[in-house]
Design a protein around this ligand. Structure first.
Ligand code: DGY
Length: 323
């Protein structure tokens, strides 16, 4: 029997590429640069499975080659707002993602950003590397204490809960959260987390606000100037979710005018472009979408795609089907 053909749009960890090559006729984008819309469309015409990532825009047009061969999209990543799900469903394309395996590492990145921006770690590192450091002094680079402060979570899914766990048990933080679909009280109680009735309530009451909602749709620009204005002047915004959930121009103005104290950002509105304004600010920590970027997690994510494809091609329901 001939093997199914799988096209992978970027390089994946070696162990995962090897696992895929054992089961499929595998084509990998060796250049590891984003494929064009035309190349992606050709992939949908040529392969049984296309495996994209957040850097690929899987639009209706991409899924509409003259003759569609693909039957499944094995997305590498938990977020899938770069895929037009309605267009996929209309073409009977099954879509899967990679939840759970990246929860801890992404929450760790959110913790890293929170600690870095509060304790001025990026700024301090630049200071040492530029040889400007003249020695210890009591008033040098004083930051903001994290332990015991209030952490507000917008969205209370797996990653937010993992952050709540680390922040509450590791740093004695008080947790507040808002989620349109709140979990049972016992779940929130496990982290001493208090439910808020709105995003506004979280923004106004927290010392650190960390974003954990999906991107796209109604969430686009949901963290706008009005919501930022509710934050305490000494508060910080952390974003490891998606760049589009924040109105970046409004955030830039809030940071510039010290409406808020700072921000830790792993994701941006026009990734990989980061505005000159953000690049020039010292009260911002900027990371290149590193949320899940550990070898262990990136292998686990890939193996989850392998698992989903295996189920699909065996005629079974893939465990991580989202469409
Ligand atoms: C995710 O898993 O959603 C990461 O942001 C990469 O896509």
């Amino acid at each position: 029997m001939s093997k199914a053909k799988v096209i992978v749009t970027r390089r994946w960890p070696e162990a995962v590429e090897r696992a895929l090559a054992e089961e499929y006729e595998l084509v990998i984008n060796e250049s590891d640069t984003p494929m064009t819309a035309e190349q992606l469309q050709a992939a949908f015409a040529e392969a049984d499975a296309v495996c994209p990532t957040v850097s690929d825009k899987i639009t209706e047009q991409v899924m509409s080659p003259p003759s569609l061969r693909a039957k499944v999209i094995g997305n590498y990543g938990v977020g899938f707002n770069h895929i037009d799900l309605e267009a996929a469903k209309a073409r009977d394309l099954v879509v899967t993602n990679t939840p759970e395996v990246l929860t801890d590492c992404t929450a760790d990145t959110a913790m890293t950003l929170m600690l870095m921006v509060a304790r001025r770690a990026g700024e301090g590192e630049r200071h040492v590397r530029s040889k400007e450091w003249t020695g210890w002094r009591p008033t040098h680079m004083m930051g903001t204490k994290v332990t015991g402060k209030v952490l507000g979570l917008v969205g209370f899914g797996r990653i937010a809960r993992a952050m709540a766990h680390k922040a509450h048990f590791g740093f004695g933080m008080q947790i507040r959260y808002y989620d349109p679909y709140p979990p049972a009280d016992e779940i929130a109680n496990a982290y001493g987390a208090l439910r808020c009735d709105s995003i506004e309530e979280v923004m106004a009451s927290a010392d650190f606000v960390s974003l954990h909602m999906p991107g796209g749709g109604a969430n686009t620009g949901i963290i706008n100037a009005q919501k930022l204005a509710l934050m305490k002047p000494g508060a910080y915004l952390i974003n490891t979710a998606r760049g589009d959930v924040v109105d970046e121009a409004a955030l830039t103005a809030a940071l510039r005018d010290r409406v808020i104290a700072g921000a830790g950002l792993d994701v941006f509105q026009k990734e990989p472009t980061v505005t000159e304004a953000l690049l020039s600010m010292d009260n911002v920590v900027l990371l290149p979408h590193l949320g899940s970027a550990t070898l262990e997690t990136r292998i686990a994510m890939g193996m989850r795609v392998v698992d989903n494809l295996r189920s699909f091609f065996a005629g079974k329901a893939p465990r991580d089907r989202v469409a």
